[in-house]
Design a protein around this ligand. Structure first.
Ligand code: ATP
Ligand code: MG
Length: 665
């Protein structure tokens, strides 16, 4: 008997589904390729079809690396490729720089001095670690000679790392008033590195730094990667920082690997995180043998939206000039500019319009409200809630940043990496009568006991791990004895003898353990328990503990709750930064007041480069809209004594008035 081969879709009709310029890029024979084109011209689509093209030409999926701005973007692109060419798409490595780095590092952690179960620290973990170091090094803060806060130190640290600058240079350029603290900050950074190492932990930046280190210092790994990846493709290339760029250079340093990057210099909006638009502008010099492709048709937006966007970006001097013709020629309404008396009225206007749009048949998921800063969304959130309009918010507190979720995840992290400092401290601090000092003492004892055990049991991942026995030398305060024993028992029960629990089953067990703590701690404990159950449900497909933990850590990176709520039919509320690359039929851009957007800091600094970046951000916002665009601002922001007059943004007043209509809130 013959069995039929799995159904393979006919290869896509590339020539019919792409325009000539896109097809030229998709089918390029050049070694390297740069596609530089305006918003909505199909750059991402071109990259997707390029992958399909390569597969249809016989390149195996595992030899392709696709780097995107969010993991969600990678997933969507790969789903699309899958629908175009079928199974071949399965083995492609795709995701953000961070998630790809994580995958490669898990395999080679030992080469750079880590164990494979290393923990990824999220922003909160980083902050508490930094705080405790500052406390040790600087002690009590004096009002007359204040020392920078943990948050700020972390952003300095990250900036130095991502822009490949020394602390000295970063301080000089970004915060000269803190130069006097340089020596002690340097020491704090050294402690920070050491503490992470002691805990077998990496922060987000470390993922990239360590991948670079691995590739630089281990020729054999570098060669293997260069041999493996015949094609590396990068979306949103205008926002790569020097560190990411060095990684690309290392991966593509051999003679075999072809690199295709796509981007738009006019949409570079991450210079504050070290992105350098020069990477795209200088690409052809750095990678000889590069073919340059342009795409000049915009498929996303109706003509009036495109005309307004073009006028907005035309104010910037430093850019590649590009022409964009609209593919969409249908009759369409002009964008609407709406001044509102104050922020509440603005929010009421936006919510009412959304309600009417939904009544007229527009799906909520086709509508977005975009803004410069998270707090601008507050009034709109309240109004939408009042009207029972479902929304998801991609800025602000997210699912995985909530304390109870982190408490539960801490158990699993500790199971995977028993010397994980922040997880241990998190759990210890839930015990009765355990304050900072006794938690630190417990940690010390815990580590000593663990290390003694680990020294004798090389393969300690074999189940079960007798935590209660191992920790018999660790003594919590008397008041916490029962809870301590129960914590150890729970930890032990997560890896029972005989069979493996899935990460979801583990979460369910931990939720049972946490229940009484949550009940005592929170009014809305039941909701929180439901959250934990939801976490277990949505992570059912995690392959194993490490996969689960990596996913959780990476979810709190850039795509955030977009993933948690994927597929739901609700309105999107998002900062412009997080809306990059996306599109909606209807876009509301709110809080367009001078000082709100552009941000008052860029006005005060008077640095034209900062204002140009704000303008690019405005351009990114406008170009997310397909059919309708609403631009609004509050004349007064705040209420009562706190209220202040807010003139319209310079971005609005400098637009040619024939390109928009004025509405009333
Ligand atoms: P951005 O600069 O915002 O990242 P982009 O250049 O990546 O935009 P895409 O998101 O790839 O643009 O495409 C914008 C929209 O236009 C998408 O809905 C896409 O499917 C559609 N599109 C692009 N090219 C074509 C085409 N040749 N035919 C039909 N639709 C197209
Ligand atoms: Mg794109």
């Amino acid at each position: 008997m013959f069995s039929l081969p799995p159904e393979i879709p006919a290869p896509p009709d590339f020539a019919a589904e792409l325009n000539e310029q896109q097809l030229a890029a998709v089918s390029t024979e050049a070694h390297h390729a740069l596609v530089i084109a305006g918003a909505g011209s199909g750059k991402t689509r071109t990259l997707t079809y390029r992958v399909a093209w390569l597969l249809s030409r016989g390149v195996p999926g595992w030899r392709i690396l696709l780097l995107t701005f969010t993991n969600k973007a990678a997933r969507e692109m790969l789903e699309r490729v899958h629908s175009l060419v079928g199974e071949g798409a399965r083995h492609i490595m795709g995701g953000t720089f961070h998630s790809v780095a994580n995958r490669i590092l898990r395999r080679h952690a030992e080469l750079i001095g880590f164990r494979p179960g290393f923990t990824i620290l999220d922003t909160d973990d980083q902050k508490s670690l930094m705080r405790s170091i500052v406390k040790q090094r600087v002690g009590k803060q004096s009002k007359t000679n204040p020392f920078p806060k943990a948050d700020f130190l972390l952003s300095l640290h990250s900036l130095a790392t991502n822009t490949a600058r020394t602390l000295h240079d970063v301080l000089l350029q970004e915060s000269p008033q803190n130069c006097r603290h340089e020596e002690i900050i340097q020491k704090i950074f050294e402690d920070y590195a050491q503490r992470k190492r002691d805990a077998n932990a990496m922060d987000f930046d470390d993922l990239l730094v360590n991948l670079r280190k691995l590739l630089e210092e281990h020729e054999e790994v570098r060669f293997t990667m260069q041999e493996r990846f015949l094609h590396v493709l990068v979306d949103e290339y205008q926002d790569t920082n020097p560190l990411q760029d060095q990684i690309i250079s290392l991966l593509c340093g051999g003679t075999r690997t072809s690199l295709m990057v796509v981007g738009d210099d006019a949409q570079s909006i991450y210079s504050w995180r070290g992105a350098r638009v020069e990477h795209i502008l200088e690409f052809p010099e750095r990678f000889p043998d590069t073919a340059l492709y342009k795409i000049e048709t915009n498929y996303r937006s109706v003509a009036p939206i495109l005309a307004l966007s073009d006028a907005a970006i035309a104010q910037n001097e430093h850019r590649f000039s590009k022409t964009l013709r609209p593919a969409r020629r249908e009759e369409a309404r002009l964008p609407l500019v709406v001044p509102a008396p104050d922020n509440r009225t603005e929010a009421q206007y936006v919510s009412l319009s959304i309600e009417q749009l939904i009544e007229s048949g527009v799906r909520p998921c086709d509508i977005a409200v975009l803004y410069r800063a998270h707090f601008h969304s507050l009034d709109t959130q309240i109004e939408l809630t009042r009207r029972h309009i479902p929304y998801r918010i991609t800025s602000g507190l997210r699912f995985f940043e909530q304390a109870h979720i982190k408490d539960a995840v801490a158990y699993l992290r500790l199971l995977s990496n028993p010397i994980d400092e922040s997880s241990f401290l998190r759990i210890a601090s839930m015990l009765p009568r355990v304050g900072e000092a006794s938690a630190a003492r417990l940690l010390q004892a815990w580590r000593t006991a663990w290390q003694a055990y680990a020294a004798e049991h090389a393969d300690y991942s074999a189940a079960p791990i007798p935590f209660s026995e191992i920790m018999s030398t660790v003594h919590p305060p008397t008041a916490a004895k029962t809870e301590w024993a129960s914590f150890l028992a729970t930890l032990e029960s997560l890896r029972p003898a005989g069979h493996e629990l899935t990460p979801s089953e583990m979460i369910v067990r931990v939720a049972e353990e946490l229940e009484s703590f949550l009940m005592a701690q929170y009014e809305n404990a039941e909701d929180r328990i439901q959250d934990l159950e939801q976490l277990a449900r949505s992570m059912e497909d995690a392959e194993d503990l490490d996969d689960f933990l990596s996913r959780v850590a990476l979810l709190s990176e850039t795509d955030r709750s977009i993933d948690a709520n994927a597929g739901e039919n609700c309105v999107t509320l998002s900062t412009i930064h997080q809306a990059k690359g996306l599109e909606w039929r209807v876009v509301f851009l709110i809080f367009l007041g001078e000082g709100l957007f552009p941000h008052h800091r860029s006005i005060a600094d008077g640095d034209p480069r900062e204002m140009e970046e704000e303008t690019r951000l405005f351009y990114v916002a406008l170009t997310r809209a397909q059919d309708r665009l609403f631009l609004s601002y509050p004349r007064y922001n705040g209420h009562g004594y706190d209220s202040h007059y807010c003139p319209p943004s310079r971005f609005l007043t400098s637009l040619p008035p024939d390109l928009y209509e004025v509405g009333e809130a």
